[in-house]
Design a protein around this ligand. Structure first.
Ligand SMILES: CSC[C@H]1O[C@H](OP(=O)(O)O)[C@H](O)[C@@H]1O
Ligand SMILES: Nc1ncnc2[nH]cnc12
Length: 290
């Protein structure tokens, strides 16, 4: 199968990378079902990358329906080692304005209905997740944003992303609760993805693109999809520039990431005693430990 070391998962508003050249559509089947869409493999800045539209290219999958395991497994099967997520988020802090970008370094899990581990059916693993994004990849992403001097865009390095279940947006009480916890932004997708990427030993970082002030801000109406769409287009254009610059920097200087050996001390079940069917199912993820 075609290989690519860098993967990109595009969220709401980012369904395609315009600058990709020599594009090939790759349909991947995984032991965890089909990904959200075909993966688009092409060349960006002279480097092979794999792009996936998280909700499908026609945005037909809600956050609770996303096949997170299949998406990450599909990236792994193409050889992806660095995964960049682009995501629309609401802002929980006045200083993170619509059109701003945040490269979060923490997550809070408020999901209720997601499968966010590959490990079950006789094999138990507990990955370390104190630092849920790869600090080196996040650094490359943030430096790329800085280098572009985008109009009307402020960069926030670090911050806490609350991952809620959705699909309805938060109540004001919830939004204010998250603010009282010191959280910076809110979305519905990134936490399961970050956990699964870590289990798959893929370095993961997020470019969060602010679209709204959720519903807590006294001077702004509560978030609606219209409000989000108004900012998605500019955010998507900016995100593509940032991703292109990030790919250029990553391929020139691919960092060592602790994520690449995340399973080394995580697996509790002796693999020689583990069910063969599960070892086969986990295939590529477990391969180097068998
Ligand atoms: C379009 S508003 C809500 C929707 O947008 C974000 O998606 P993504 O992270 O894929 O950009 C948010 O998490 C919700 O799924
Ligand atoms: N306010 C918000 N809450 C959850 N997800 C979002 N995605 C974009 N804006 C959001």
């Amino acid at each position: 199968m075609t290989q690519a070391k860098i993967g990109i998962i595009g969220g709401s508003g980012l369904y395609k990378m315009e600058a990709l050249k020599d594009v090939e559509e790759v349909t991947v089947d995984t032991p965890f079902g089909s990904p959200s869409d075909a993966l688009i493999v092409g060349t960006l800045e002279g480097t092979k990358v794999a792009f996936l539209a998280r909700h499908g290219r026609n945005h037909h999958l809600s956050p609770s329906e996303l096949p997170f395991r299949a998406n990450i497994y599909a990236m792994k099967s193409l050889g992806v080692e660095y995964l960049i997520s682009a995501s629309a988020v609401g802002s929980l802090q006045a200083e993170a304005k619509p059109l701003d970008m945040v490269v979060p370094d923490q997550f809070i899990d408020r999901t209720k209905n997601r499968i966010s581990t590959f490990f079950s059916e006789g094999i138990v693993a507990h990955i370390a997740f104190g630092d849920p994004v790869c600090p080196k990849l996040a650094g490359v992403l943030a430096d790329a944003v800085d280098s572009l001097n985008l109009t009307d865009v402020n960069l926030h390095r670090g911050g806490t992303y609350v991952c809620m279940e959705g699909p309805a947006f938060s109540t004001k009480a919830e939004s204010n609760l998250y603010r009282s916890w010191g959280a910076t932004i809110i979305g519905m997708t990134n936490l399961p993805e970050a956990k699964l990427a870590r289990e798959a030993e893929i370095a993961y970082a997020t470019l969060a693109l602010v679209t709204d002030y959720d519903c807590w801000h006294p001077d702004h109406d509560s978030v609606t999809v219209d409000m989000i769409i108004a900012n998605l287009h500019r955010n998507a254009t900016n995100a593509q520039k940032v991703i292109q610059e990030t790919v250029k920097r990553l391929s020139a200087n691919p960092p060592e990431s602790e994520a690449h050996s995340a399973l080394k001390y995580a697996i509790l079940t002796p693999l020689d005693k583990a069910p063969t069917a599960t070892k086969e199912k986990l295939g590529l993820i477990l391969q180097k430990y068998l």
